[in-house]
Each structure stands twice: as C-alpha cells, then as structure tokens.
Ligand binder design. Structure first.
Ligand SMILES: Nc1ncnc2c1ncn2[C@@H]1O[C@H](COP(=O)(O)OP(=O)(O)OP(=O)(O)O)[C@@H](O)[C@H]1O
Ligand SMILES: [Mg+2]
Length: 366
C-alpha cells in the first residue's frame, strides 16, 4: 500500500532569480519503505521534504498521505503541518532546549492526546530502540551531537507517524559516529519497518539505507530504483557522474573508432554504428591494466593502447593509477596482488564490455 503519493509537484521560489526548486516530482512511497533522495547541494531535496511536511506551499500538484489528500493545488487543499501524520528529523538537532529528553520525546504524544500511561510506556520503548534509556532525565545541552540525533529520531518515531522525514540527520556528526548511527538506523528500519524519506548527498548512506534511491537533479528525479539498479545502470550521464564513475570518454566513428584517450581497439561490436554525442563511462575498478603489448585477450573488451603511468598510489591492498592516455587521464584501481606499475611505465588498458556504460546524448544507450 502506498503510504505517501506525490503527483506532479511544483514548488517555485519567485523573485528576480526565480527557482523551480521542485519541478514536477511524482513519487510513490510504499508502506515500510525507506526511500532515499540523493542529490547535490541545491537540487531541491529539503524543499521537497518541506512541501510534504506542509512547511512550504507548492504551486502545482498533489500530496496524499495514507491515501488521504493533504495538499492539492487544484482545490487549494492544504492541511497544516501539525495535522499531517509525520515525524521529522533535521540536520541541526532541533530538540527543545528547556525540556528533558523524556519531555522532548513525549511531546508529540501529548500533542496527539495519548493518555499518560501509554505515553510513558511509549517513551521508554523508543528510548530503548535508540539505546538512550539512561539519558531520559538530561537536558539536550548535556548530550553529545550523536546522542541528540538519537533523541530527535526517538521523538520523530514516538507517535508511529505514517511517514518519517529525515533530512541529512547524520551530516553534522564525525565520520565514525556517522557510520555507527547509519548501521543502527539500518537495523531499526529493518526491525520496525517504518516508512520514510531520507535525504542525503552521501552515496554510501543512500545505498546502505535506501530500499530505493531517487537521484535528484535541479528539482527533477533523474532516476529511481533499487541501490543495485541505480549502481549497475545509471540511466543518465548526470547520475553516472554523481556516482563518481570517473572515466568518461567522448568517442566518435570516422572510418575507425577513436576516443579522447586515442584509438579504440579490441572487440568494437558494442559501439554499434556510430553517431553523434556518444560517450563511454567506466569505473576505475573495472579497468584492466597490463604492461604495453602484454595484454592477454579473453572475452569481449575494448582496448586502449599506448598509455604511460603518471602516478601510482598504494592504499591498503589496492593500487590506484593515473594513466596518461592520448589527451586524457584514465583512473585505474586494481588489487595490489595483481602486480604493480611504476610511474613512467608504458601500459595498455582494457575495458570489459560488461562494465562499459555507453551513453548517447546523455542517456544510457545499452
Ligand atoms: N526560501 C527560499 N527562497 C528562495 N529560494 C530558495 C529558498 N529555499 C531554497 N531555495 C532554493 O531552492 C533550491 C533548492 O534548495 P534546497 O534547500 O531544497 O536544496 P537541497 O537539495 O536541500 O540542498 P542542500 O544539500 O544544500 O541542503 C536552491 O536553488 C535554493 O537556493
Ligand atoms: Mg537541504
């Protein structure tokens, strides 16, 4: 069942530099799903969440919460925030400073008129879930950032809202704590199955937490799919670049195939008949490297010959190479056990067909 349904939502910030912060977004979040909105700064993630929460009025479209409309531009329906069944957690720990942890978590239960016995039991329950039972009587100022975010999460969950909205809840925390809370959140979601939208610009967070991931660009959802779908087949060059697929080569056909990194050899069948606006993307970890002329051909590959290692860095068991190829630099990651190449060495590169993403006019072509 759909817990949250958004139809063709448009939010425009008028003015001299008018921005279409949300530009025709449609989304369907099913019950129990944690949908991640992933995108760079300014792409409209927070604005979309604020529209769902009723903190921002959209100009077009419709929002249904638990099958009931809460916003409809056509009929001017706009249910106020406190009457929408949602829980919110934001980047800056927004606890009430003068209330104890217990009072903070209890607040939404009072607002929804839970009777006092049930309130106390529920507060204990959610503080247990976020492992903060021992902090119940402290004031927010006596908590670390990580503890404050746990309490904010407990408060948002307390009344079992239809949908939880989480806007970069971990981004103010240091790396270690961030990782710890991320795993905890994953387990909480797995065990409780709450429905939510989680906003981040961090891929690892998106792919660890998201049941599905929506990649946003300038107010538009570019791609929506499971983590493995989005990773395996980024539908647009924008998504490929955002995922950090660093090797991008313009290619063209003029009797023979050539690229920014020089002539392409090997099995060229995957490139088709040529055409304009063609570009291939390949991840550094998918590129094979061998000493010049020593490449062993097996299976279907594209070849790039005549490279020179410009830099080589060892990180743990992995080698990272920057290889000067024609007019461009190719990034290559390999296991150190496969051998090492030093700066100045002549090398060839091989791109396995299965790992090559081919785009035409910015869109995935195969
Ligand atoms: N109150 C406002 N008035 C005018 N423009 C706004 C307002 N709020 C946001 N914007 C603009 O709308 C666009 C989307 O902003 P939004 O805050 O939704 O981005 P975001 O994806 O959450 O970015 P970040 O990752 O930096 O938080 C931006 O261009 C921003 O400048
Ligand atoms: Mg934001």
């Amino acid at each position: 069942m759909s817990a949250l349904k958004i139809d063709a939502l448009v939010k425009l910030f008028p003015g001299r530099d008018a921005v279409r912060a949300v530009d025709g977004v449609s989304l369907d979040v099913t019950e129990g799903e944690l949908l991640v909105l992933l995108g760079p700064s300014g792409c409209g993630k927070t604005t979309l969440l604020r529209c769902i929460a009723g903190l921002e009025d959209a100009q077009e479209g419709r929002i249904m919460l638990d099958s009931k409309p809460v916003f409809d531009a056509a009929t001017r329906l706009n249910v106020p925030t406190h009457k929408r069944d949602i829980g919110m957690v934001f980047q800056n720990y927004s606890l009430w400073p003068h209330m104890s942890v217990r009072r903070n978590v209890e607040y939404p239960l009072r607002a929804r008129r839970f009777e006092s016995g049930r309130r106390a039991a529920r507060v204990d329950e959610v503080l247990g879930i976020v492992q903060c039972t021992h902090l119940a009587d402290r004031l927010p100022s006596m908590l670390s950032g990580g503890q404050q975010q746990r309490i904010a999460l407990a408060r948002a969950m307390a009344s079992k809202p239809a949908v939880m909205l989480l806007d970069e809840p971990l981004s103010n925390l240091d790396a270690l704590l961030r990782e710890e809370l991320r795993s905890q959140l994953r387990l909480i979601h797995r065990d409780l199955g709450f429905t939510g939208i989680y906003v981040t610009h961090d891929q690892t967070e998106a792919f660890t937490l998201g049941t599905r991931v929506a990649v946003m660009n300038s107010g538009v959802i570019e791609q929506l799919g499971t983590a493995s779908e989005v990773n395996a087949r980024p539908q647009t060059e924008y998504v490929a670049r955002f995922l950090g697929i660093r090797n991008a080569l313009d290619i063209s056909f003029d009797g023979a195939w050539t690229s920014a990194a020089g002539p392409l050899g090997g099995d060229l069948s995957l490139l088709g008949q040529g055409g304009d606006g063609l570009r291939i993307f390949v991840r550094p970890e998918d590129v094979l490297i061998a000493a010049a002329g020593k490449m062993v051909m097996s299976g279907a590959h594209l070849n790039l010959a005549g490279g020179v290692v410009e830099d080589s860095v060892q990180v743990g068991h992995e080698m990272t190479y920057m290889v000067r190829m024609g007019g461009t630099l190719m990034h290559v990651h390999r296991a150190r056990a496969e051998g090492e190449f030093r700066p100045g060495e002549a090398v060839d590169l091989m791109l396995p067909h299965a790992d090559v993403l081919l785009y035409k006019g910015g869109k995935l072509a195969r």
